[in-house]
Design a protein around this ligand. Structure first.
Ligand SMILES: Nc1ncnc2c1ncn2[C@@H]1O[C@H](COP(=O)(O)OP(=O)(O)O)[C@@H](O)[C@H]1O
Ligand SMILES: [Mg+2]
Length: 360
């Protein structure tokens, strides 16, 4: 990521009357990456894409591409295409005509157009369906036509606005893999929008987590999931357990945190000082459950199993701690280790391995 960004947003702001949809947002997008804008509905994701595409005008700030300012450049002069949530196919045109439409506006060489369309059809695995009309295609196939139409003129950047949200679960998973493949084969930059954290985590090189028109954190899926910078990110990208505590001791990169009278060594990335009140965050799968408090030797919190939810690969436990909190724990289910299966009402202790926690 040392190279110059292909698209750079600086102080980008968009107001609609009294709504600030995008609020002085800075974002660098690099050549060839799969970048996802992830955030709840209404946080400004679509508006960011529309600003990059030139379909909205900026209220403030600037967008540049390949080092040149784009402000004022019309959409068709930007080397950018968009796949919309609704696909926006022309219903009366065939698949071929839908894909060729943009090319026909720009060039007249029929042979070249046919060649480019057939390449695009190959890439999205739709060869043979060029004479169908959109209503004769499944949802997944329509989605592929929309993709083919957006890549046929080889844009530098492809913007994808929740392209999978209309598909059912199984098809969506299939298309996630397809989209990744197309991204790899084309080698162009994808800016993908979703409100689905699992989709974002499984597809992206980097994720920008958005909230109220701003970027809360940007990083690899692992960073975003394992080292959230704040509570919004921690909660939005997955389930999280929060323990309140205070720091009793710090040394080098670690700290000792008192949580309900138990002293837990934790990583101290945020450089908390002795006496600071902190929140210790743990994902459900990072918590260990034991029947014996001292089985693992270290500090532990006691509680009772309230619920056991078998999910096939995992067993989820809801545990109410004697000190007050209710926590969620995910255990990987293994039939051979039946002693790890807890029953409702059972007394247990919880702890975790050093380094699995995040401190805020
Ligand atoms: N054309 C518009 N006119 C007025 N308000 C708009 C318009 N487009 C978007 N907004 C508002 O801007 C905010 C961000 O919208 P949007 O970018 O569509 O969010 P997202 O795609 O993350 O759901 C929302 O509050 C939305 O209502
Ligand atoms: Mg949207």
């Amino acid at each position: 990521m040392e190279s110059l960004p292909i698209v750079r947003l600086q102080g980008v702001t968009k107001r609609f009357d009294d709504v600030c949809a995008v609020d002085s947002l800075d974002l660098d997008i690099y050549q060839g990456e799969f970048l996802t804008l992830l955030g709840p509905s209404g946080c400004g994701k679509t508006t960011v894409l529309r600003l990059i595409a030139g379909l909205e005008t900026l209220s403030a700030g600037e967008i540049s591409m390949n080092g040149s300012r784009l402000n004022g450049t019309p959409p068709n002069k930007r080397n950018v295409n968009t796949v919309f949530q609704s696909y926006a196919l022309f219903p009366h045109m065939t698949v071929f005509e839908n894909i060729a439409f943009g090319l026909r506006l720009k060039q007249s060489d029929k042979q070249a157009i046919r060649h480019q369309v057939s390449e695009a059809l190959d890439l999205v695995k739709l060869s043979g369906l060029e004479n169908r009309r959109p209503h004769q295609l499944s949802g997944g196939q329509q989605q592929r036509v929309a993709m083919a139409r957006a890549i046929v003129n080889k844009p530098q950047v492809l913007l994808l606005d929740e392209p999978l949200s209309a598909l059912d679960y199984r098809l969506r998973q299939e298309m996630e893999i397809e989209l990744k493949r197309v991204h790899r084969q084309l080698g162009i930059t994808f800016v993908f929008v979703t409100h689905d954290q699992e989709e974002a985590i499984s597809m992206s090189d980097r994720i920008a987590v958005m909230n109220e028109g701003r970027v809360e954190q940007i990083g690899t899926p692992i960073k975003i999931y394992e080292e959230p910078e704040n509570m919004f990110v921690a909660r939005f990208v997955g389930e999280i357990n929060v323990f309140d505590g205070h720091v009793v001791n710090v040394n080098n990169g670690s700290a000792v945190v008192d949580i309900h009278g138990q002293l837990f060594p934790v990583q101290n990335r945020k450089k908390a000082g002795t006496g600071d009140k902190v929140r210790v965050l743990l994902r459900p799968e990072d918590i260990q459950v034991t029947r014996d408090a001292d089985k693992n030797g270290g500090p532990a919190l006691s509680g009772k199993v309230d619920e056991v939810i078998y999910k096939g690969k995992t067993v989820d436990l809801v545990i109410s701690l004697d000190a007050g909190e209710t926590i969620n724990v995910t255990q990987f289910f293994n039939e051979d280790q039946e002693d790890l299966v807890y029953g409702e009402g059972e007394r247990v202790h919880v702890d975790w391995l050093y380094g699995w926690e995040v401190i805020l």
